[in-house]
Design a protein around this ligand. Structure first.
Ligand code: FAQ
Length: 314
């Protein structure tokens, strides 16, 4: 009789890597290395928290949108971001972690969220800038993630990218219309872009030489492109859009390079990035307070919803 083969941890890891190399999609019940699971929980939960915190700078303008149509579309956008947070929390739960645990990690400062949402929204053009630049950057990053190796995350990204595309067009349209308006309106746009351009580039994370997680995530095809590759892709597609509506991007070194067929550009202020990520950006304290207050003030709503669900759906 043939002896039953006992698979060791390293056999399983080898099989797992062979599946990754073959381009197979990993599903929740498949065997996966513990580090793969942990890395996904870290990255996906950071992404979910970002979507939820990302509602705050835009929510700031709902009561002051310049028309009923703009107010309606901004409410819809903010609501979409809540939906994105919820899909990604659900996808993260498939890795065997409870959503409340993820939220608690965030509220206790143990899980990060995107640096971009620590900047204030000072004028209406900032809402256009967020749609055009922040959603634009998110699309570049997330279109790649829609092909990542973990099924639930990849599938969540497909729908999210469709909605982000709509946000991106909406933001660009806000700016394009303002650029055809008065000198003051054009000045508002330029001011918004001056403040949001560099932080949008920081959304892609540290440069490749300074990104501790990239090598592992790329080996597992969670990340298909490096931080710098995606940043370059975003710059290449955004510069012509800026030129088309007369916006000047705040980087004197920005210039199309005929040899590389990409734009050359200036230096990111990595000190600023580190400050913002470590809690010292312009709005970090305000954002955390808003989320902590929501957790406390929304407790009775969650309790009532759970009681209702227990009564009607169990
Ligand atoms: N902000 O080794 P890496 C959106 C941290 S959603 C804060 O390169 P990794 C939609 C990183 O966590 C925007 N922290 O890390 C929307 C790590 O720290 P850790 C969010 C950052 O994971 C639009 C450390 O630095 N999108 O915008 C940032 O390989 C409009 C070392 O970095 C996602 O989360 C940062 N910018 O690459 C909503 C997409 N960058 O955890 C509302 C999914 C890096 O080891 C309105 N995530 N860090 O302590 C990713 O693609 C990746 O996680 C990166 C970072 C690319 C963000």
């Amino acid at each position: 009789m043939e002896a039953t083969k006992i698979f060791t941890e390293s056999d399983r890891e080898e099989q797992f890597l062979a599946r990754i190399d073959a381009g197979e999609i990993i599903e929740p019940k498949d065997w996966m290395p513990e580090k793969y699971r942990k890395q996904l929980i870290r990255m996906m939960s950071q992404h979910a928290h970002s979507e939820i915190v990302g509602m705050l700078p835009e929510g700031n303008w709902i009561t002051r949108a310049p028309s009923l149509a703009r107010k309606a579309s901004l409410i819809a956008k903010v609501q979409d971001e809540a939906g994105h947070g919820l899909y990604i929390y659900s996808a993260t739960e498939t890795l065997g972690i409870d959503r409340q645990e993820l939220v608690d990690q965030f509220l206790h400062g143990k899980a990060k969220y995107s640096s971009i949402f620590n900047y204030p929204t000072l004028n209406w053009a900032d809402i256009g800038a967020i749609g055009w630049l922040v959603d634009g950057a998110a699309i570049v990053n997330q279109t790649a993630l829609a092909k990542c190796s973990y099924g639930p995350y990849a599938r969540a990204m497909v729908r999210i990218c469709k909605e982000e595309n709509f946000h991106h067009k909406q933001g660009y349209q806000i700016l394009a219309i303002m650029m055809q308006g008065s000198a003051e309106q054009r000045q508002m746009v330029q001011d918004a872009i001056n403040r949001f351009w560099w932080p949008s580039l920081m959304m892609f994370g540290p440069s490749d030489t300074d990104s501790p997680n990239s090598a592992e995530l790329m080996r597992w095809k969670v990340k298909l492109y490096s931080n710098d590759e995606l940043r370059q892709r975003f710059i290449d597609r955004t510069v012509p859009q800026a030129e088309a509506i007369g916006i000047k991007l705040p980087d004197d070194k920005l210039k199309f390079n005929e040899t590389t067929r990409h734009y050359d550009w200036g230096e990111i202020n990595w000190d600023e990035f580190k400050q913002v990520v470590s809690g010292n950006g312009p709005c970090n304290k305000q954002r955390m307070k808003a989320r902590k207050d929501a957790e406390v003030n929304g407790h009775w709503v969650r309790e009532a919803a759970s009681a209702y669900a227990a009564k009607h759906y169990n």
